[in-house]
Design a binder for this molecule. Structure first.
Ligand code: NDP
Length: 400
């Protein structure tokens, strides 16, 4: 019997809300609070009467710390689930500190005016969260999130040391649009148009955007081109997993997506530098977001599957071990269950599970933690139970 405050009412939030409502034994009460209250009310009216979870809604600007503190003081949640945007992370953490309530998010903090994400800003809260006696769980979506739990599970059960990790994120889905993003377009385009990077022998190696390309034959999806990207979990996993020599992240992209992205970049539409337009300042990327399809609307039209997982290579008792653990998720099945496509689903389900881990005391430590710093076993069990079953293989095809 717990109370959760869910901040944000977009694609990922929709899944978190549905999943909390399926899990009323843990989430007896939820409050959905976001910038646009009408979106919160819509979720409430869709779900009320179909769940035992009591649902309330509120309007809040999550960049306004006093307003957040007032809402938390009034609602008195046991946890705040932040599924707004990465720009809000620090403000919501500040409010959680002031009210002494646990915190969870799915993406690490990113300043709005610099396309750069790293954990330093949130890790700087460790001591304050410890002193306040509360828990912050960072990056609890799929990647980051389940990918970190997969690595912790591999480390706990199959390895003494993991030397190489390749995280492979494949979206074999087709939404039928020439160009659309599967989660918030602004965050997505900032991520994929940045330089790539990976960690080798304790140091970051930087690449040009999309410079490193490989082909991989994904279970239940087939052959896809994938590209090396910078990704946030590389930073924490390199510290938290024993013996890492190299860790990389690859994501699949279709040719149409890449051609559109290049063209938009070439004409300046992906820039985050403000420009003057008809007497007012606009940010080209924010304008682009406004004309692109809303990711939350892709559910009914997306077909195909995602396949996301980790290939780990290392040693156990002196013997070489190769291990691949992954989940396959079907866009249309997600849509039938919760009205969303698989990218929102694979993010929202782990966020609900992470919150459940904190609320049931399984993941409860004072301070600020990445998911791989907790016991992976109860989370792995919950993935199977709550819609993201995983498969494992001990002779995977490796990425060169
Ligand atoms: P959306 O754009 O669909 O939703 C964001 C929501 O946050 C919207 O409802 C928006 O309000 C609300 N919001 C934005 N700013 C504020 C604010 N200042 N105060 C209150 N509410 C605000 O994004 P997604 O659902 O696609 O993504 C949500 C998060 O999930 C992002 O941080 C994203 O990076 C992360 N993510 C993580 C993944 C992972 O695997 N770890 C994968 C995919 C996404 P409004 O409706 O008014 O616009």
């Amino acid at each position: 019997m717990s109370r959760a405050l869910i901040i944000g009412a977009g694609g990922v939030a929709g899944v978190v809300i549905h999943k909390c409502c399926q899990n009323s034994e843990v989430f007896s009460d939820i409050c959905i609070a976001s910038r646009t209250k009408a979106k919160c009310d819509k979720f409430k009216s869709e779900l009320e009467g179909k769940t035992k979870t009591r649902i309330s809604t509120a309007q809040v600007d999550a960049d306004n710390v006093p307003a957040l503190v007032k809402l938390i003081d009034e609602y008195k949640p046991d946890i705040v689930i932040n599924v707004a945007l990465p720009y809000q992370d620090l403000h919501i953490m500040d409010a959680c500190l002031e009210c002494r309530v646990d915190y969870l998010d799915t993406a690490n903090y990113e300043p709005q005016d610099t396309a750069k994400f790293e954990y330093s800003w949130q890790w700087a809260y460790r001591e304050r969260f410890e002193k306040a006696g509360i828990t912050a769980i960072l990056g609890c979506g799929f990647d980051p999130g389940v990918t970190g739990v997969f690595c912790a599970y591999a480390q706990k059960h199959y390895f003494d040391e993991i030397h190489y990790i390749d995280i492979l994120d494949c979206n074999g889905g087709d939404h039928g649009y020439p160009f659309a993003t599967n989660f918030n377009p602004e965050i997505n385009i900032r991520e994929v148009s940045a330089k790539g990077s990976y960690i080798e022998n304790g140091r970051w190696v930087e690449t040009e955007p999309m410079e490193i390309k490989r082909e991989y034959d994904f279970d239940e999806v087939g052959k896809k081109d994938m590209y090396l990207l910078h990704h946030e979990e590389l930073e924490s996993l390199a510290l938290n997993i024993n013996g890492i020599k190299r860790i990389r992240f690859f994501m699949t992209f279709g040719q149409s997506y890449l051609t559109h992205l290049k063209c938009l970049e070439n004409v300046g539409m992906t820039s985050i530098e403000p420009i003057m337009f008809e007497g007012r300042e606009i940010v080209p990327l924010q304008f682009l977001k406004a004309v692109l399809p809303d990711p939350a609307s892709l559910g009914p039209r997306t077909v195909g599957k995602t396949n996301i997982g980790c290939i780990c290579q290392g040693v156990k008792d002196g013997k070489a071990v190769n291990y691949y653990v992954y989940n396959v998720c079907d866009h249309q099945q997600c849509y039938k269950e919760v009205g969303s496509q698989a990218v929102s689903y694979t993010t929202g389900v782990p966020a609900m599970i992470g919150a459940m881990m904190a609320l049931t005391g399984k993941w409860k430590k004072e301070g600020v933690y990445n998911v791989e710093e907790f016991d992976p076993d109860p989370f792995m069990d919950a993935l199977n139970r709550w819609g993201l079953p995983w498969k494992e293989s001990f002779n995977p095809v490796l990425v060169d």
